[in-house]
Every structure is written in C-alpha cells, then in structure tokens.
Design a protein around this ligand. Structure first.
Ligand SMILES: C=C1C[C@]23C[C@H]1CC[C@H]2[C@@]12CCC[C@@](C)(C(=O)O1)[C@H]2[C@@H]3C(=O)O
Ligand SMILES: O=C(O)CCC(=O)C(=O)O
Ligand SMILES: [Fe+2]
Length: 361
C-alpha cells in the first residue's frame, strides 16, 4: 500500500523551488520573479467572448449542460452545490490568517523536498526558470501538526484553523463524490461501471484528496509576473473556491486565456488529467493559470479529488471499442504524480505512447 503522500520521495524538489519570496514591502519585481509572458494565446474578454459556463446544479438539464461544458471546456462553474456559504467565509478567513503571519513563522512549516504537504511554492515551480508570485499550503486531513507550529501560543486558533479545514474537506469530499457521479451520468454511465468507486458510508472511505490554500500577494506589476504558471491538474476533479478578486484564467481552444470572473458563492470545477485518462480522452483536462493583482491579496482554495490509493485508473471499458481503443496505459495517482514530476506537460503524451507503465521513464 502506498499513498500519494509518498509521491515525491523518488524525485525530491530543490529548496530554491520551495521557499517563497518574503513579499512584505516588495515594491519592485526582483529579476528572479520577472517573467516574459508568452503572447501565443491572447487574453480574451469574458464579457464579449465566450465565458466559462455557469451551471445551476438544480437545473433539470444539469447533466447535459455538464457534458457540453466538459467536452467544450474541461471546466465550468456551479451554483446550488449545497455547501453552506458561510463555510467559504470561514475558510477564507483562516487562509488569510495563515498567509498574513510573519515569514519566519510560515517557514516553520516549510514543505520538505520530498513531501506533498506543508508551506511553499507550487510543486510545478521546478519546471520554470523564473519564480512564481505566490505561496501555498497543502494539507491532508486534520492539520494539527502544522497549526501548532504556526500559532504556538494560541491553542484556540490552532483548533479553529483545523476544525474549519476539516469541515471544508468533509463537505468537499461529499460534493466531489456526487459531482463525479454526475459527470459519469452525463456520459450515460453509473458508479456501477467503476469497479473501484466506494461512496462514503460512515464518513470515511479510501479516496485520496488534498486541500491546497493558495495566496497571491499584492503585486506591483502583475503583467511581468506569474501567480501560478499554466498547468493542468493531475486529479480526477478539482473544485476551486476563489475569493472575490479575479486571477484565474482558463485556456479555451481557438480563443485564448479566458478570465474566470468570480461569481459569489460559486465553485469552479476543473477536470484533471486522470479524468482524461478515465474517459479515454472524451473529456480533456483544462489548462489554467492564475495571476496576481495590484490591489488585493488574492487567495483561493483548491480541493483535489483523486482515486483511492493503489487503484489503477484506466480508460473505462464502456467508452472503448474496436474503433476507440484505450489511449492511455493504466496507473495509480501516485504513479501519475511521479510521471508528471518528470515530464510535466508531456505526461499524458507519455502515457499515450507507452503501452505499459513499466516504460514511463
Ligand atoms: C495532489 C497534488 C496535486 C498537486 C500536486 C499534489 C499536491 C499539490 C497540488 C498542486 C497545488 C498547486 C498547483 C499544482 C499544479 C501544484 O504544483 O501543486 C497542483 C498539483 C497537481 O494538480 O498536479
Ligand atoms: O488560484 C487559482 O485560481 C488557481 C489555483 C490552481 O490552479 C490550483 O491550485 O491548482
Ligand atoms: Fe490548478
């Protein structure tokens, strides 16, 4: 048995790619953080051009709207998701409490080079020559070992932080399982078609999930920096809550970068690479990035929903036939994270070209 927490043991990160800048009082962009932003894809106006579909989950047509959004975009926003709105406020408050701590305090929970959880720059930093204008904190479960370091003198704050994060993960777990069922339903499939899916019964199952708190400090010149570089998520589904300020952009084929304007109370759903594998490419994972801004400290919270440990994800049998052979070789989330840590944006291509996972190197 091995969990995703062990994914980076074989490919530890370099500390220079983990320790974020101390953004306090930085009025000029240091050379280390100065990006030349590719103009290959223009930024499009989400008002006059296409904007990311917004789906009301209580709409009787929700399934067909979901299918269309998944085929055309690989992402959508949802309302009427059933998550109590005050929970978003509580999570945002706790997220801001964490990131507004003095740098030396945050560094006490620095992610170790071979770990998935802790404080630091995004894991994908390794693949870019310039550093990102962001910091993040990854957690799994009840994060007391971190909270006790962050607020050593404040036991109440420790429990508040952990309780809110735990509650949010529980809500997200139930929601992503329901959403996953809807995505399958939109393809005419049911959970019965997924031999490994075991819905939560007693409040637990062995699905692997990670919560990430993202912080994009105020930036003197956002056009010359990158908050979070373009990437696809490795998960099956990612559910993102962005606080009031814009910053997320999704890449739409044939158009360009489409800003995702925050809708109060809405959640952004991104399809990850494992969903592309599972649907044999019928649904594609979505390329996205995030930018900082000059006026607000932007925060966002991402819940990565993945398969249980040791379960190999492969194209669904019902979605393959003689004319549609399986395009990807089966592998676990941990194996895919390792493939991604080596090949980054070429990882899915690698899966397509190698018949068996023994050849992933
Ligand atoms: C379970 C996951 C999902 C990870 C890796 C690992 C822990 C942290 C996640 C993120 C969070 C920030 C963006 C991302 C692209 C990153 O660099 O780290 C994500 C990545 C992925 O989706 O691959
Ligand atoms: O902050 C955002 O809007 C995007 C975050 C994201 O893409 C991620 O955490 O994977
Ligand atoms: Fe992402």
């Amino acid at each position: 048995m091995s969990s995703i927490a062990e994914s980076y043991k074989a490919i530890p990160m370099n500390l220079n790619h983990i320790i974020p800048l101390d953004f306090n009082g930085v009025h000029e962009i240091p050379e280390s953080h100065e990006w030349t932003i590719s103009t290959e894809h223009p930024i499009v106006d989400p008002v006059t051009c296409d904007s990311l579909p917004l789906i009301d989950l209580s709409d009787p047509n929700a399934l067909s709207l979901i299918r269309k959004a998944c085929e055309e975009w690989g992402a959508f926003q949802v309302i009427n998701h059933g998550i109590p709105l005050n929970l978003f406020e509580e999570v945002e408050l706790q997220t801001r409490r964490l990131f507004s701590l003095p740098t030396h305090q945050k560094l006490t929970i620095l992610r170790s080079p071979d770990s998935i959880t802790g404080y630091g720059m995004p894991h994908i930093q390794t693949f870019f020559p310039k550093l990102m204008w962001s910091e993040g904190f990854q957690l799994i479960g009840y994060p007391m070992e971190y909270a006790s370091q962050l607020w050593p003198q404040e036991p109440d704050q420790q429990t508040n932080f952990c309780d809110v994060m735990e509650k949010y993960q529980k809500e997200m777990k139930a929601f992503t399982e329901k959403l996953f069922e809807m995505l399958l339903g939109s393809l005419g499939l049911t959970l019965e078609d997924i031999h490994w899916f075991k819905p939560t019964t007693d409040g637990s199952n062995n699905h692997q999930n990670v919560l990430t708190l993202n912080s994009y400090p105020v930036c003197p010149d956002p056009n010359r920096t990158m908050g979070l570089a373009p990437h696809t998520d490795t998960s099956l589904i990612t559910v993102l809550h962005q606080s009031g300020s814009t910053g997320l952009q999704v890449l739409k084929d044939g158009s360009g970068w489409v800003p995702v304007v925050p809708v109060s109370g809405a959640l952004v759903v991104n399809l990850g690479d494992l969903m592309e594998v599972l649907t044999n490419g019928l649904f594609k994972s979505i390329m996205h990035r995030a930018v900082a801004n000059m006026t607000n400290h932007r925060v966002s919270v991402a819940f990565f929903f993945g398969p249980p440990r040791d379960v190999e994800i492969a194209p669904l049998v019902k979605l393959t036939d003689e004319d549609h052979p399986a395009l990807y070789c089966p592998l676990t989330w941990k194996e895919f994270l390792q493939t991604k840590a080596k090949h980054f944006d070429k990882a899915l291509e690698v899966l397509r070209n190698k018949g068996a996972k023994d050849n992933l190197d």
